[in-house]
Ligand binder design. Structure first.
Ligand code: AMP
Ligand code: MG
Length: 489
């Protein structure tokens, strides 16, 4: 790997230098060759044994400067002044042939100065889950961190379920800067560090801001422009989640990146039957991060970023607050616009404001009839030619939905074939269904990786029918349904 580390050059109070714990017998479970190629990594000559040592932190490649980052967070609404990578270490950054910079990070490689009472380790289960779900997100077209490798450490970890095989996950991200990273320094009142973090984040993720400032005759405000950029990225991300029935589960500010990538696939899940207030996380007893609440929590989290930016805005605090508030007040409308566009495409439409009614009436219908979110959208094309589909009950509300939809389609001037093509690009057939993820984990714990590999394969082309793997499109039987998922921490 051609490391080119920049975070390590930031002041020392941004991170801690760390090293991995020793493991008994690391073995490679998966290595994402396609991603390695995209990153321009030259690891072709390495054996699986060598790769297992590298991706469990036992062997350090030249140029690697392992570090754990510090950050704070609002967790379920409560401020925690210091968290940090308690079980993660950054190996370093690589720049791909297209000039894009990525973090390569190990998760589950042992304790760090930020582990608090944790062991710094990960069970194999969460490694398998994150590997499958983050790759699936990427192939579904959702910005997400990616999976480069999964290793079985050969040692056990101890969790409430008892003794479990341990694993290390290798995550690739645009960066690991979170809203919580800003909160850490803002809470300490460390203006110098905040300025350095803002400069670094702009240069790394939104370099166009610096260009605009250079070219403009007016005095533009970088902190305000940064908030606008992060807001745009986060709003677009959450709209995509909503369009796929995805529930992140723990939208704390430490799990909210400034890059706008989905990060941390703990108690997350794609819904089977549609239920607007669905919650998966076993620790989310108040439903703070339910499916529907995600649309407002994204704004709440951006308000926390804005809090941190106040001292970077202007000497006059009232002035700063006014400017930031005016930006924040646009988030609702921005979200609506993104959501409308992405949801309308699921009906083969180019968004018009009136489509909100059609979308909501279809969501209500799915909820009333307890229909599967993914298959209902995918099967909508079956009723296009006026025929009845086995998937839908012809209730009065469904008839109205069709009437409304067909009259909107008439305005679009597309053939049925074109509409179907368009819809099939917006409505996936395969999502990482939770009962299958659980099955992949159970089997992997027994040393059988068949389901894990099959899921990775089918989810590489989520919009394309794949006969031999079509079982992965099927929703769970009631007894297979997974009601809650755990952090695995
Ligand atoms: P997460 O729920 O994965 O976003 O983690 C929240 C915080 O807990 C982060 O600071 C993690 O680094 C930390 N954490 C989670 N699991 C462990 C563990 N097993 N050991 C140490 N720290 C952990
Ligand atoms: Mg996290």
């Amino acid at each position: 790997m051609n490391f080119d580390n920049t975070y390590a050059k930031l002041p020392i109070n941004f991170f801690a230098e760390v090293s991995a714990q020793e493991f008994s017998n690391p073995s490679l479970l998966a290595f994402n060759k396609d991603l390695a190629e995209e990153l321009g990594l030259d690891l072709k000559d390495m054996s699986p044994e060598e790769l297992a040592l590298v991706f469990s932190g036992q062997t350090l490649l030249e140029g690697s400067q392992p570090l754990s980052m510090v950050y704070a967070a609002h967790q379920f609404g409560n401020f925690v002044p210091q968290l940090g990578d308690g079980r993660a270490m950054l190996l370093g950054e690589v720049v791909n042939p297209q000039g894009k910079r990525f973090d390569v990070q190990l998760k589950g490689s042992g304790p760090t100065p930020f582990s608090r009472n944790g062991d710094g380790l990960s069970a194999l289960g969460p490694v398998i889950r994150e590997y499958i779900v983050s790759e699936a997100m990427y192939h579904l077209g959702v910005p997400a961190t990616r999976s480069l490798a999964a290793v079985n450490t050969g040692d056990y970890v101890y969790r409430r379920e008892g003794e479990l095989p341990g694993g290390v996950f290798t995550r690739v991200a645009a960066s690991h800067i979170r809203i919580g990273t800003f909160q850490y320094f803002a809470n300490k009142g460390n203006l110098e560090a905040l300025i350095a973090l803002l400069d670094y984040s702009i240069a790394r993720h939104y370099p166009e801001i610096n260009e605009q400032i250079k070219e403009s005759n007016e005095a533009l405000n970088p902190a305000l422009m940064f908030l606008k950029s992060v807001a745009k990225a986060q709003v677009s991300l959450v709209a995509k989640w909503m369009s796929l029935g995805f529930i992140h589960g723990v939208m704390n500010t430490d799990n909210t990146t400034v890059s706008g990538e989905t990060i941390d696939f703990g108690p997350c899940a794609f819904m089977d039957n549609y239920y607007s207030n669905k919650v998966f996380s076993s620790i989310d007893s108040n439903g703070r991060y339910s499916y529907t609440n995600q649309t407002s929590i994204v704004g709440w989290n951006l308000c926390r970023l804005a809090d941190c930016l106040i001292p970077l805005m202007s000497k006059d605090r009232d002035d700063a607050v006014k400017l930031l508030n005016s930006e924040l007040s646009q988030i609702g409308a921005l979200f609506k616009q993104e959501w409308l566009q992405i949801m309308s495409a699921k009906f083969g439409l180019v968004a018009k404001s009136e489509d909100e009614k059609l979308i909501n009436s279809f969501l209500d219908y799915m909820e009333e009839e307890q229909l599967d979110f993914t298959l209902s959208f995918r099967n909508l094309t079956e009723v296009l030619d006026g025929k009845e589909s086995e998937h839908f009950h012809e209730t009065e509300s469904f008839k109205k939905i069709k009437e409304n939809w067909f009259s909107r389609l008439k305005e679009e001037d597309l053939t049925n074939k074109q509409v179907i093509e368009k819809m099939n690009k917006s409505n996936p057939l395969y999502i990482p269904r939770n009962h299958q993820v659980e099955r992949a984990i159970e089997k992997a714990n027994d040393g059988d990786l068949s389901v894990f590999h099959e899921m990775n394969k089918v989810l590489k082309q989520p919009f394309t029918y794949q006969e031999e793997l079509d079982q992965y499109s099927v929703p769970p039987e009631p007894e297979q349904e997974v009601k809650a998922t755990f952090c695995g921490t």
